[in-house]
Design a protein around this ligand. Structure first.
Ligand code: UN1
Length: 498
């Protein structure tokens, strides 16, 4: 076993303990006997210092030309490449995903760095004619200020990168509050920012629990923007607090994503997609497939194929190359998944395979749940409507394409969605009528790329998008500038009308 890391906060260019010196532990979810790291249990006082450091650094950072800011971000990308394997190994131990997926998570950070580094030489605004003579009109992007970034444990490198890298290129400074389940990954990420030479105070790290550090950040009068990824319940608190304190707020919350398989689909292809979408990352992606909406004509056949494939999935530690499915993140989540199985049984769903906490000797020290298929699920059941965030997929049978779309839309969420069909007309209708931020045609619900907008509709989001150029709209304000070089007062809407 590796020696546990001692993580610290990073504030104003210094690695520091929480003022209280109190600490918490991060343990390997595949084997809770392994201590991965200890980290500060920070409080409002630590948040105050970090916000003050970010505010101070903002004065100069915002004035550094964007291409120069972007060079730091480029360097972060290079260092992520250099430490990719080390980060992936650590991630796998700290949050349980397979090494293959952990490498993908770091790669998403690298992609995001290089994409946003290029943005330093774009950050395009507009020029447009004025309605008045001898007058110039344009828009420029300006930074928002101090940004609080509150991130989940399921993508411990990719999601902080999605938020921090565009925030920095746009000229903001950052206070980063990572999930309490992945403090070691967050610390390593910040070490990379430090090695990239980022000036003091531009990025600050405050570890701790959401109810303490997250809350203090959201309520802090000197934070200008909160970008939050997590549960809809916490998101509602974040949104209302930011409403009270007039902060900009960008939310990525729950999902209940579905994959439709029509009777004309390539079933092998749809099967690959369903297994990857439902059980990749142990079902712990916001984009995970948690419902399979199957046309009745292929339902029996496809369900049998899925059962056979799911049976072969190997559970184990993410660090073991043979592992297909790692543990769930912690005891609380394990119990939550298990409770949803009780609810499913009570509501009359049939557990086709799985459904239990794993008790076999080899895995007894981890938080393992069997990959689970629920059959005979109806759209009103709670397991068809509520986010479970575990290796559980619910099968719903439908008689028609129209019914499939209606059922897909019948949830409070709208993040990702997928349809497998060979019918081009249906594919286009699906693209139009599915209520979701992301729709895949003949691909699974997971697999978003960094240069396209990421986010959802309905209770998944609040109208913002991450990634791509959409992220720039989160992290900048538009300033509209008029330059009148006529030398006289020109009244728009009046002087140019007789
Ligand atoms: C998430 O689950 O919060 O599209 C992010 C995907 C990944 C990102 C998921 N690229 O599944």
């Amino acid at each position: 076993m590796t020696t546990p890391l001692t993580c610290r906060n990073y504030i104003a260019g210094q690695w520091v303990n929480a003022a209280s010196r109190s600490t918490l532990e991060s343990r390997n979810p595949a084997d809770r006997r392994e201590l991965v790291a200890t980290f500060p249990r920070s409080a409002a006082i630590d948040v105050d210092t970090a916000v003050a450091a970010a505010r101070k650094a903002y004065r100069t950072w915002r004035l550094l030309p964007a291409p120069a800011r972007a060079e730091y971000v480029f360097r972060v990308g290079e260092l992520l490449q250099k430490y990719k394997e080390e980060l992936a190994q650590l991630m796998s131990r700290e949050m349980g995903k397979s090494l293959t997926e952990a490498r993908g998570d770091v790669q998403e950070g690298i992609d995001c760095a290089f994409y946003n580094a290029g943005e330093g030489r774009r950050l395009f605004g507009q020029t447009t004619p004025s309605e008045m003579p001898n007058k110039f009109a344009m828009t420029v992007r300006t930074p928002v200020g101090v940004c609080a970034l509150i991130t989940p444990w399921n993508f411990p490198i990719a999601i902080p990168c999605w938020k921090a890298l565009p925030a920095l290129v746009c000229g903001n400074t950052v206070v980063f509050k990572p999930a309490e389940d992945t403090p070691a990954c967050a610390t390593k990420l910040i070490e990379i920012f430090v090695e990239a030479g980022l000036p003091e105070g531009v990025i600050n790290l405050v570890h701790g629990v959401g109810e303490e550090v997250g809350k203090a950040l959201v309520e802090h009068p000197d934070v200008d923007l909160v970008s939050f990824t997590g549960s809809s319940e916490t998101g509602a608190f974040v949104a209302s607090t930011c409403g009270q304190t007039h902060k900009r707020v960008c939310l990525e919350m729950g999902g209940k994503n579905a994959q439709i398989v029509m009777e004309d689909a390539d079933l092998e292809l749809a099967l690959d997609g369903a297994v990857w979408g439902a059980f990749g990352t142990t079902g712990q992606r916001c984009t995970a497939t948690s419902r399979l909406i199957l046309h009745r004509d292929i339902k029996e056949k496809f369900t049998a194929m899925l059962k056979e494939r799911t049976n072969k999935l190997r559970l184990g530690a993410g660090t073991d190359p043979k592992t297909d499915i790692g543990p769930v993140i912690n005891e609380r989540q394990l119990q939550r998944v298990s409770q949803y199985l009780d609810i499913a049984r009570e509501e009359g769903a049939k557990v086709l395979i799985g459904g239990e906490i794993v008790t076999e000797a080899e895995l007894e020290h981890g938080y393992f749940f069997e990959p689970t298929i629920l059959d005979e699920v109806t759209p009103e059941m709670r397991v068809a409507r509520e986010e479970i965030f575990g290796p559980v997929v619910a099968i719903i049978a439908v008689n028609s394409f129209e019914e499939a779309i209606a059922i897909l839309n019948n949830t409070p969420y709208g993040l990702s969605s997928s349809i497998y069909t060979r019918d081009i007309n249906r594919a286009f209708v699906a693209m139009r009528d599915i209520e979701a931020g992301i729709t895949y045609i003949n691909g699974p619900t997971i697999g978003a790329e960094v240069h396209l907008p990421f986010g959802g509709v309905k209770q998944t989001g609040n109208g913002h998008r991450e990634a791509g150029t959409a992220a720039l709209d989160v992290f900048t304000e538009w300033k509209t500038v008029y330059v009148d070089f006529s030398g006289s007062l020109q009244r728009a809407q009046i002087d140019n009308r007789s």
